[in-house]
Ligand binder design. Structure first.
Ligand code: PEP
Ligand code: MG
Length: 326
């Protein structure tokens, strides 16, 4: 199976009805680019930058060290786009004790991700300046995790503007970046139009969107059986975000685990998704699903799945939609 899939590495990811689909890699280290390219990635859809910050004895890396890391990630992709997400620590991704701020009672609902960054603007801007400088070396997008409030969006964008002004004042070169938000809190999904007023693109983080929609701690084994990507409430949020992005002609990506799950590919294509970011090992298997799919024909079926009370039952009948109507 793997050997067969390898033949698909240079095959463009296009559906039977001619829809081009972007298959991107999730990476965690600056040196992961070449392996992602070998796996068939057309870019990096999610660089989880927090892995630069985790497990260190020393303080957080400074601007220069971060710049070198992001530059390595960008250059490793040889001109393909790289989306760098700002630090998402807290909850299941704690920094070392020495670095951790207040440890919260309920870490998934606590000072995590963008909240953590906005609580320390000087630290946040150090990362922003490093990313802006790395954008000189290739196409870069900046992605912000866990936004929910308009006020947080405004504060975030103000910090980006300030980071640019600081580089200007120093006379340092930096590149243009696209700005995007993770949609991973139900409130954000419901406010997708507000998000699209501020951002160039959105990326749906289904791992957290499922966790927060269903009130299931994604790291808690005791409730793992209730962690359901096919819960109709989750699907409706995902479908609405994709649909609104398409209406406005803005790029919507899914970068949670479901993007790399071949059992979900046809459904996501049918909902109109054209950008998937996943663990590199999944890229060719998902591409195989894309090559076999007729996106136009899947649309009505996907709508029926989303509107069902038991989407999983209909999804199992999914193969039926491939049989041409006679
Ligand atoms: C997600 O929440 O789906 C996501 C991609 O982010 P992370 O898994 O890093 O929280
Ligand atoms: Mg997340």
């Amino acid at each position: 199976e793997r050997a067969c899939l390898a033949r698909l590495r240079h095959t463009p990811a296009v559906t039977l009805d001619g829809e081009a689909v972007e298959l991107l890699a999730n990476i965690e280290q600056p040196g992961d680019g070449p392996a992602a390219l070998l796996a068939g990635a057309q870019g990096v859809g999610l660089f989880r930058s927090e892995f630069l910050f985790m497990g260190r004895d020393s303080p957080l890396p400074g601007e220069e060290e971060q710049y070198q890391a992001y530059r390595q990630a960008v250059e490793g992709m040889q001109g393909l786009p790289v989306t760098i997400r700002t630090i998402d620590v807290g909850a299941d991704k704690p920094l070392d004790k020495g670095q951790a701020k207040e440890y919260s009672l309920n870490p998934a609902l606590g000072l995590r991700a963008i909240r953590w960054s906005l609580a320390d603007p000087a630290m946040f801007r150090t990362q922003l300046r490093a990313v802006l400088r790395a954008a000189v070396h290739g196409p870069v997008s900046l992605l912000f995790p866990m936004l929910a409030h308009q006020r947080e969006i405004e504060q975030t964008l103000a910090q980006v503007a300030l980071a640019r002004a600081e580089l200007d004042a120093r006379g340092m070169a930096y590149g243009a970046v696209q700005l995007g938000a993770m949609i991973e809190i139900p409130a954000a999904a419901m406010m997708v139009r507000m998000f699209l007023r501020f951002f160039d693109f959105l990326s749906i983080g289904t791992n957290d969107l499922i966790q927060y929609t269903l009130a299931i701690d994604r790291a808690d084994e005791a409730v793992a059986h209730l962690y359901d990507p096919l819960h109709p409430a989750v699907l409706r949020l995902v479908a609405d975000v994709i649909a609104e992005g398409r209406r406005q002609g803005k790029s919507i990506c899914v970068c949670g685990e479901v993007a790399g799950d071949v059992a979900m590919t046809r459904l996501l294509l049918g909902l109109g998704l054209r950008s998937f970011s996943m663990h590199p090992a999944q890229i060719l298997a998902v591409k195989q699903e894309v090559l076999r799919a007729d996106a136009g024909q899947l649309a009505a079926w996907a709508q029926a799945v989303v509107e069902a009370d038991d989407p999983a039952a209909i999804l199992e009948l999914g193969a039926a939609s491939e049989v041409p109507e006679s």
